[in-house]
Design a protein around this ligand. Sequence first.
Ligand code: SF4
Length: 382
Amino acid sequence: MATADFESLVSAVESETPIEFDGLRIDREDDAYTVETSEGTQTGLEEADLQQALEPIAEYVTNWDYWQRSVGGDGTARRAFLRWCERAPLEDDGGNGADTDRPTDEETLAVPARYESLRDGIDREWGQLAITTRFVDVDEHGGERVYDCWHVDDADTDLTDLEVYDDPLDAREIATYDEDGRYRPLKTAPTLVSGWAFTGLSGSELVETVEFFYPATVANWHREQRAALDVDHWFETAERQTGIYDVIDELPREAVDWMAEACCVDSQCLRRREWQYEEDDDLDVDGGDGTFPCREPCSLVVAAARKWTILESEEERHYELELTTSEFNQLAELIDAVAEGRTDEIREADVNDGANRFRARYLRAKRFDEEGSLEARDQRDD
Ligand code: SF4
């Protein structure tokens, strides 16, 4: 155990008993100390005996030192996130009673089990980020932790095959474009490129890195943990829009469901949608399983909603067009392939797939008129 850790704890004990943290309790009554952990209780200790009493439970001491002296920031999102990273129990938020929404299926680790795991590293996933928390060197540096972060797809890739970074700011650059070099307007889309790693980060650097990849996710997750997530539902968001977006509150109720299905499901966005049509009027579409919540319709959805509002204002018509059964089915296959983003995966030789490029070109050659539209008769023209 590092002597400094012990001295800090003893001086904390002198000024603020009882100490109660992560399964360690130290109390003083008159001049006698009690030290209690899940491993046992020692009572009637004099101050001179304290170090000896703490040595067998050094893990609790270095753990206290790391969280109280190195990390600090009681009640902050940064601290809560770092505790989540190593599966430590989440802390109370000062007893305001606002912790009722905390997930109950999270497996947390008490100090001895956590220390065992931190020697090899504790892995968590945050969207497409794989985060490992590990000791620097537990014999030399007590409970000091460092953090590594890379793409979940690179979990089995050797570090020497990855581009290694240590400045959180580099995450912003990595998050800007997808693997085809296209700008990523939605940072929580599951299109983060792989092939990079951040290693040996401090806790603050890790949180900064995560926030460059996924802005505001840590803060919103933390609010949700404390049952303090302020959700702005669709209609109130739509109603307060001005300028060119002023129209989106006219989007029909059922179209908002279709929009959420198009944009907000797990395959398109890693946030878990918590907003609904209105308070007490839930959308039919599931909000997803993301670790971090979405508290309001984002700018991408608002912009798309404007387009859908305009399209939904059009009157429906009946068209008559001639297609074989296979051609009719092919239209569905084409739409599905585009919607699922799999057109790039369809091989040129795979003419069994209705979304094959040659199949699509053939259909266009056969069924489109000279203006490039499907040859169809609008029945209102009859
Ligand atoms: S509104 Fe939908 S697409 Fe936008 S961030 Fe939230 S869940 Fe994702």
